[in-house]
Ligand binder design. Structure first.
Ligand SMILES: Cc1ncc(COP(=O)(O)O)c(C=O)c1O
Length: 387
């Protein structure tokens, strides 16, 4: 039994009554719950000035709530200001001075993942790529790229530009068998379905709060598997990465035995307030329910695109996609603008129009989007007919 039904969940997002909002892959819609939580932060600041103890406690509640969502312990979670900060903390903890210096990254990574590891080449790393095959990134591509020189595999679960969903457990298995670590970027999936870091078999995971997790920008998470924590000392660090930040010892560098050692400076409290409320709302509707609902909407969108003869960048196989369906466009930016005029909010990456789904969306949203697309055929690419 979930506490909130899908219609009750939807009713908490004023935006989705006013617009056809299909852009959770960019920013989740604002709920009443998140708005109230952020307003409460402002009130506490206004009324009390500096209630830091209460604010730090909110960050701890957020750490525990996120850990619960991914099947981890709070000690394995660092609260970060961005996913990039999480990746950098991990990268800075490696020396790249042993026989394993290679980082294998998938070709479907978000730019920040590739860029951060490329920046480590000055420190001795070497980046190699697991190759995409058309619009897919098979586990076999990672299998071909990972060897006994591989230190770490960087792998995104759902690709931000075509919605392809990588077989993460298979990639993680290969990495483990060959003695390499695996870092998952879960940003385009987290909050749209169930996650268990243990079942995925990943060593590290980064994600952020602003998309399907329904929070504001400026808050992200880094998961580090427990037995790795005490082996890693990031050189990108700061006072909030200490055993007791409030000891105020500039002459002492100690390391807590938890993932807090990967944190840096003052936590993003206003954003944490919003993120906590967003995760709270998701827990009330239940991630299993969200996943089922989102899969049905994504399936409907794929069906409608195929019926209309539009070229899809997203896989037709339900197991190889997540909450994001992408349609090839001759001018995706222009298409986004045209749809926006009709109250349909989407986004574009490269030549793709991105339609993304959350539990606040309905089948009617999908139908409205495709009705609007029918008037824009000149901006859409036709699928090549199968012979
Ligand atoms: C898959 C993925 N990874 C990383 C990021 C960026 O994360 P951040 O800006 O928090 O570093 C995004 C943002 O859109 C993303 O989609």
């Amino acid at each position: 039994m979930t506490e909130l039904s899908i219609p009750e969940f939807r009713a908490r997002f004023p935006l989705v009554a006013a617009k056809t909002y299909l852009n959770s892959c960019s920013q989740g819609a604002l709920s009443e719950d998140v708005r109230h939580a952020m307003a409460a932060f402002l009130r506490s600041w206004n009324d009390q000035g500096s209630p830091w103890e209460a604010w730090v406690d909110i960050v701890e509640q957020l750490r525990a709530a996120f850990a619960g969502l991914i099947g981890a312990s709070p000690d394995e979670v660092a609260v970060m200001p961005s996913a990039s900060a999480g990746i950098n903390a991990i990268a800075s903890a490696f020396g790249f001075d042993g026989p394993r210096r290679h980082v294998v990254a998938g070709e479907f990574e978000f730019p920040t993942m590739g860029q951060i590891w490329l920046a480590q080449e000055r420190r001795g790393a070497q980046v190699t790529w697991a190759k995409a095959v058309d619009q897919t990134l098979p586990a076999a591509s990672f299998d071909a790229a990972i060897d006994d020189r591989t230190l770490l595999v960087a792998c995104t679960r759902v690709c931000y530009k075509n919605g392809f969903r990588t077989d993460v457990p298979a990639v993680a298995r290969t990495a483990r068998e060959r003695g390499a670590y695996i870092l998952l970027d879960d940003y385009q999936f987290s909050g749209s379905g169930r996650t268990s870091v243990r079942e995925l078999g990943v060593d590290f995971m980064v994600t952020g709060g602003l998309k399907y997790l329904l929070g504001p920008s400026g808050v992200a998470f880094l998961y580090v598997r427990r037995d790795l924590i005490e082996r890693l000392e990031p050189t990108i660090t700061g006072w909030f990465g200490r055993v007791n930040p409030f000891e105020f010892r500039a002459d002492r560098l100690d390391w807590p035995p938890s993932a807090r050692r990967f944190e840096c400076g003052t936590p993003p409290v206003p954003n944490a307030c919003g993120a906590l409320a967003g995760i709270g709302l998701l827990r009330r509707v239940g991630l299993e329910t969200v996943e089922r609902h989102v899969a049905a909407l994504a399936g409907l969108a794929v069906d409608r695109a195929r019926e209309a003869g539009y070229a899809l960048l997203t896989s037709a196989d339900p197991g190889s996609r997540g909450p994001l369906v992408v349609i090839r466009s001759r001018d995706a930016q222009a298409l986004v603008a045209r749809l926006q005029q009709k109250g349909v909010i989407t986004s574009a990456r490269d030549g793709g129009l991105r339609l993304s789904f959350h539990a606040y969306n309905t089948p009617e949203d999908v139908e409205r989007a495709f009705a609007a697309l029918a008037a824009e055929e000149a901006l859409l690419e036709r699928a090549v007919a199968a012979r």
